[in-house]
Design a protein around this ligand. Structure first.
Ligand SMILES: Nc1ncnc2c1ncn2[C@@H]1O[C@H](COP(=O)(O)OP(=O)(O)OP(=O)(O)O)[C@@H](O)[C@H]1O
Ligand code: SF4
Ligand SMILES: [Mg+2]
Length: 334
């Protein structure tokens, strides 16, 4: 296997949910890969299917979900694995960090017990060994006073400390892939920067691949080797962040990039929104799903959905316009 061989390959992923109003499709024809040690960023507005995609990889979707397609991890299709096989994969091969660390930590157990639990799920370690490894891991995620923190309960920690604990739990078995679903959204800007820096350092040290879901295009520019842009359950653009920043092909990617917080602006302010809203799953428009919000929509866009066109050099765009259309102004196309 060469060094850049795909660790994770998501192929034609489709996820539908049974709801009281009927079946809805949250994700369709999603295909992308993550190489060993690579960082792939998954971006898109709220409701575009990023978490559903991530949870499909971890097989953590709820029981109403009907996933289709393939999620190949080192060539093995996780969608076909049994629940017991998936328990062995989670933590050891792929770990996940969620947006809100409080909901993923158990309030009734100490930090040390929770890290120990993650270790013991995959390795026969004594309580003593688990405790000592937990202290090492807390140091690894740069938490001060690890000997004390190992005995602390989640409510005694700050948001940033909890997220570090979640990362320590994720690291416990040195997974080959870390899925991080908006790991810093709940944190303030300074803590966010520290956590991202930590992730990057750990990723290098452990040669871990990272599937990073984020709203923040600044984070993409800084961290990602490759970028996958999702809109309304579909991939609309794929490529290297550098290319995409300099020369985004899809009008949605262009609009997203206009919402990047600029240096010097107040990052606590909400990002400038793209006019209009992501369509509800029950009300997907015909043709290109972005057409009601697209300033370049033509007649064919309203009737026929474009395929994900290969533009060469690893770039793809789901738009009838092959050439990028320069966007003169932002925010006027409501
Ligand atoms: N269990 C479910 N049943 C029905 N619909 C669902 C379920 N889970 C997710 N969805 C729908 O799937 C779509 C995609 O949701 P998803 O959580 O993946 O969005 P997202 O891109 O992660 O958004 P955010 O940035 O807000 O986290 C949404 O329309 C959501 O309502
Ligand atoms: S296919 Fe048409 S509506 Fe869709 S993004 Fe391209 S130009 Fe806009
Ligand atoms: Mg989400």
């Amino acid at each position: 296997m060469d060094r850049h061989a795909d660790l994770l390959e998501v192929k034609d992923l489709r996820v539908r949910f049974g709801t009281p109003q009927g079946r809805v499709e949250a994700v369709r024809d999603v295909s992308f890969s993550v190489g060993e040690g690579e960082t792939v960023a998954l971006v898109g507005e709220s409701g575009c299917g990023k978490s559903v995609t991530a949870l499909s990889v971890m097989r953590l979707l709820d029981t109403a979900a009907e996933p289709d397609g393939a999620v190949l991890f080192r060539g093995r299709d996780l969608l076909k694995c049994s629940a017991a096989e998936m328990r062995a994969v989670r933590g050891r091969d792929i770990a996940m960090v969620f947006q809100d660390p409080m909901t993923s930590l158990d309030p009734l157990y100490t930090v040390g017990e929770q890290i120990g639990e993650a270790l013991r799920a995959h390795e026969p370690v004594s309580r003593r060994q688990a405790r000592s490894r937990a202290i090492d891991l807390l140091r690894e995620v740069r938490l001060p006073d690890a000997e004390r923190l190992v005995r602390a309960y989640p409510h005694e920690l700050s948001g940033g400390q909890r997220q570090r604990v979640m990362i320590a739990i994720a690291l416990a078995c040195e997974p080959a892939l870390l899925v991080a679903d908006e790991p810093t959204t709940a944190l303030d800007v300074t803590v966010e920067a520290e956590i991202l820096q930590l992730l990057r350092r750990l990723q290098e040290k452990y040669r871990m691949a990272l599937l990073l879901i984020t709203h923040d295009m600044g984070v993409v520019a800084e961290m990602a080797d490759r970028l996958v842009v999702m809109y309304a359950g579909r991939i609309v653009e794929q490529g290297r962040p550098g290319q995409a920043f300099a020369d985004a092909r899809h009008p949605y990617t262009q609009a997203l990039f206009r919402s990047i917080p600029q240096p010097g602006t107040d990052r606590d302010r909400p990002l400038p929104a793209i006019p209009g809203a992501v369509p509800r799953l029950q009300e997907m428009p015909d043709g290109c799903r972005f057409h009601p919000r697209c300033p370049h929509a033509e007649d064919r866009c309203r009737t026929a959905e474009p395929p994900l066109l290969d533009l060469g050099g690893g770039r793809r765009s789901r738009c009838w316009l092959r050439e990028p259309v320069l966007v003169e102004t932002g925010g006027e196309n409501a």
